[in-house]
Design a protein around this ligand. Structure first.
Ligand code: SF4
Ligand code: SF4
Length: 471
């Protein structure tokens, strides 16, 4: 007879009436278990015999919350992860037309002293030669325009985009693009040019209301930027198709005033616009360029709890959609075989966070053969969360997949709590996020949530801390 075990990727949040909000990171299932299903899950977890053909056992099996005993779920995750990560049909290029920037942010990982050069025509030709080399085996080319501030060199972006789009169209390869910008030069006119060049999304950063933002993200001259950025966001959302993703960096200095920023954005008419979403990120002392901010970084637990409150408020104001657990979030282009960051000098990096450190380049656009063979390239490609004991035993491994390889590959650069705990905020608030999703999508009501629901405890997301039957 079939014997069932709890999936190592199942999370449970108790609800009133003996019911449970169940989630499984491998199947993606999220459902309310009735009292009988909850009891059956508990019985399976404690090793008690249950009838696998019963309605409740079948429902749990169907959602992936329990699995046939002996199924090696870690091996399944590994297989899916490798397939996802080592897909060579996508070329993902991060292109910095310049590393110069008109802002002087205090926490910038690129430091304050950035080079001011522009990507030369020779480097642009080298980039096209790289695309040409891979093109026959590709289905898709994706470009992220990055910097410095990429809009300081709009002409380079326009010229390179036109070449890339034309060449991909000829070869029958899909092309898409996004941009990370500080938003200061993102007028409606500029946005129209970007949309024409197939840039779908621009990520812009606001670090609080005018006071906080202007203290942290002023122009190099010290002049404020908040009002102009918000005006740009309004114009762009009113007049163009561009999708805007507003990132809000949070540390001790601005944490308590982020709710006021959200109110400000809603009052500016940016809520419920469909194409504008806000998300939050903790300031972390990731590279030697930004170690000065170590003292103002929030604790992981403090940030995780604040973030859920902000997500709730942002959703209520129409500034964010409901949180959806990610899939293999840690598979950024840095660890993919065909992911490259191209700098104005022609240096090639793997990770966005190493661009200010020439010694971290993995090669040059002018020597593609050497690029493929270099040791530093191997360092990124051989890193895997599956080699890390904490990640292997983590209940949200299918969601997180190590989150950010930089924190492991260059662990010596990371300071503060992030150095010993590279886990993202999901590890500190996934239960709260699941409750928010279930409540606001109407699966449960506020009356279903017990008053004493315990906050996410990162320790309980480690398989080794749960009863033997669940391993
Ligand atoms: S949450 Fe932490 S332990 Fe889990 S996979 Fe992500 S980085 Fe690894
Ligand atoms: S390794 Fe981390 S910092 Fe580098 S590009 Fe990937 S997610 Fe970003």
């Amino acid at each position: 007879m079939l014997t069932l075990s709890p999936s190592r990727y199942t999370l449970q949040v108790p609800l009133r009436g003996g019911r449970t909000l169940g989630y499984n990171g491998l199947s993606g299932g999220l459902a309310v278990w009735d009292a009988d299903e909850t009891a059956i899950f508990e019985a399976i977890s404690s090793g008690a015999p249950v009838d696998p053909a019963s309605r409740s056992a079948q429902a749990l099996l169907h959602g992936g919350y329990v699995v046939p005993q002996g199924v090696d779920e870690l091996a399944l995750v590994e297989e899916q992860y490798l397939q996802h990560r080592f897909d060579t049909r996508s070329l993902v290029l991060t292109v910095a037309p310049t590393l110069s920037c008109n802002f002087g942010c205090d926490y910038c990982f690129q430091g304050q002293d950035k080079p001011t050069g522009t990507m030369t025509p020779e480097v642009q030709d080298g980039l096209m030669a790289m695309v040409e080399r891979f093109l026959p085996s590709l289905r898709r080319v994706h470009v992220a325009w990055y910097g410095g501030e990429p809009l300081l060199r709009l002409k380079v972006i326009e010229a390179l985009s036109d070449r890339l789009i034309a060449r991909c169209a000829e070869a029958g390869v899909a092309y898409s693009a996004m941009m990370v910008s500080n938003g200061y030069r993102l007028t409606a006119e500029v946005a129209r040019s970007l949309v024409q060049r197939q840039v779908k999304t621009v990520q812009v950063t606001l670090d609080g209301g005018p006071g906080d933002h202007d203290r942290r993200r002023a122009l190099l001259s010290g002049r404020p930027t908040f009002d102009r950025i918000v005006t740009n966001l309004q114009e762009v959302i009113d007049q163009t198709e561009l999708i805007l993703s507003v990132r809000v960096n949070i540390d001790h200095r601005n944490a308590e005033r982020i709710p006021a920023l959200l109110e400000h954005l809603a009052a500016a008419g940016l809520g419920n616009r469909g194409r504008l979403g806000v998300y939050f990120a903790p300031v972390e002392a990731m590279t030697s360029g930004c170690h000065t901010v170590e003292d103002v970084c929030m604790t992981k637990t403090g940030y995780g709890q604040l973030e859920v409150e902000l997500l709730r408020q942002a959703f209520a104001l129409g500034l964010a959609s409901l949180p959806r657990p990610p899939r293999f979030r840690g598979t950024c282009a840095a660890i993919r075989p065909r992911g490259y960051v191209i700098l104005p000098s022609g240096d090639v990096h793997k990770c966005w966070d190493t661009v200010s450190f020439p010694e971290r380049a993995v090669g040059s656009i002018f020597d593609l053969d050497a690029l493929a063979r270099g040791d530093r390239m191997r360092q990124w490609l051989s890193w895997s969360p599956l080699d890390n004991a904490a990640c292997r035993s983590c209940r949200i491994l299918p969601n997180c997949a190590g989150s950010c390889a930089y924190k492991f590959v260059h662990a010596e650069d990371t300071r503060g709590e992030a150095a010993s705990l590279p886990c993202p905020s999901w590890k500190y608030n996934i239960k709260e996020r699941l409750l928010l999703r279930a409540e606001k999508s109407g699966v449960i009501g506020p009356e279903d949530i017990p008053d004493d629901v315990a906050p996410t405890d990162p320790a309980e997301l480690c398989v080794d801390t749960v009863p033997a039957a669940a391993k």
